[in-house]
Write a protein that binds this ligand. Structure first.
Ligand SMILES: Cc1ncc(COP(=O)(O)O)c(C=O)c1O
Length: 388
């Protein structure tokens, strides 16, 4: 049976060039990068090269990059780290963070935790495409706002937020701006200086690097408190022995990502648009997210009278790996907070399908999905009491 992977927003395979760059760091150059002997120095030097590549990818200096275990840790470190460095002020005058209703749980749960500690958080609404309105941000800012955290692009519906305008507003008000760029990096050109971004989260496994590695960009001069006390690695911000193979892999992934971005993006847009046009011929199927301001690799649909989990299982039977785009949290079968925020009712939200493409996706993959999907949808609808 044909196998088609269309879940790149969930994770990506490691690029062959990334893998071969990493391999020596498992069994040949295995020294602890903090050691002063030659084994350690070689590992240290490789980490510094990786730091340069990550910095280059977002136009920051390499000494503004901290390595972490992934996007989740980067988001936690950015938000809680900034909040804890302002801890004296919490609870005093509603010391305030502004975020959006459609953030990844790594951001939302960090914010909820801070609310329990006495900080206040404002969650901005989004429109039917998933866009925040910069005027809402302006209105939400108070004298006590110290941090704005808005994602670069949404992981479910692929909408790209108005980061440029947000950066101008936070700069004008002298407020720190964090963005979770886990889904955007490699698909959108990012310049932290032009965009006035102060903190930016990156995850390696979404950009053809290894899992369990990530980075946080922290603009020079921005103070935050560590969440991991220990040996004082990464300027004391993130203690733990360096994951040298992972960091080398992330560095290589960024180097390749920068080199290949325009080729990658035009390849992805071609495939994505064929996917969207092909699938939208199915009756009562709608595109979620913004038609234009969307990630080059994201196609997210809702099908009336269909249950997204069943759709995914049937696609899996035909060799296609897709996702509901976190439509349900598996235990509670809750509708996705993102889909509810764009105004869908729970039944509509449950009928969703996320197809996400990557560098290795082919035209054949897309044609296979476009040919297989209509019958699967029809079969499910034939069984559905909600259909006609
Ligand atoms: C927008 C976004 N932020 C954060 C994360 C978490 O990244 P990681 O898996 O590296 O912890 C993800 C992963 O799906 C994501 O899509």
């Amino acid at each position: 049976m044909k196998k088609v992977y269309m879940d790149y927003a969930s994770t990506s395979p490691v690029d062959k060039e990334v893998l071969s760059e990493m391999l020596p760091y498992f069994d040949k150059i295995y020294g602890n990068a903090s050691s002063i002997h030659n084994f350690g120095i070689k590992a240290f030097n490789a980490i510094e090269v990786a730091r340069e590549h990550v910095g280059n990818f977002i136009n920051s200096n390499s000494d503004e990059i901290i390595f972490t275990s992934g996007g989740t840790e980067s988001d936690n470190l950015a938000i809680k780290g900034i909040a804890f460095s302002n801890k004296d002020k919490r609870g005093k005058k509603g010391y305030n963070i502004i975020t959006s209703k459609i953030e990844h749980p790594a951001v939302l749960e960090s914010c909820k935790h801070l609310e329990k500690l006495g900080f206040t958080v404002k969650y901005l609404p989004v429109d039917k495409f998933g866009l925040i309105n910069p005027n809402d941000l302006e209105e939400a800012i108070s004298n006590n706002t110290f941090l704005v955290s808005i994602m670069f692009a949404n992981n479910e519906i692929g909408t790209i937020e108005p980061i440029d305008e947000i950066g101008k507003i936070t700069k004008k008000h002298d407020i720190l701006f964090h963005t979770d760029a886990v889904q955007a990096i490699g698909k959108v050109a990012i310049d932290v200086n032009k965009l006035n971004i102060d903190l930016l989260s990156i995850s390696s496994h979404k950009i053809y690097g290894p899992k369990g590695c990530g980075a946080l960009y922290i603009r020079k001069g921005v103070k935050l408190q560590t969440l991991a006390h220990g040996g004082g690695h990464e300027k004391g911000l993130r203690s733990s022995t360096y994951n040298t193979p992972g960091i080398v892999g992330l560095g290589k992934a960024c180097e390749l990502g920068k080199k290949r971005m325009s080729k990658d993006v035009s390849h992805l847009i071609n495939l994505r648009d064929r996917l969207i046009n092909g699938i939208q011929t199915i009756e009562q199927c709608y595109l979620n997210g913004h038609p234009k301001k969307r990630l080059a690799n994201n196609a997210h649909f809702r099908f009336i009278a269909i249950e997204g989990e069943s759709l995914n299982l049937m696609l899996d039977d035909r060799g296609i790996a897709a996702s509901t785009g976190s439509a349900c949290s598996s235990e509670k079968l809750q509708a996705s907070h993102v889909l509810l925020a764009i105004g869908l009712d729970p039944a509509e939200a449950h009928g969703s399908l996320r197809l996400t493409l990557g560098r290795m996706s082919t035209k054949d993959d897309v044609e296979y999905v476009v040919s297989v999907l209509p019958d699967i949808v029809q079969n499910l609808r034939n069984m559905s009491p909600l259909w006609n």
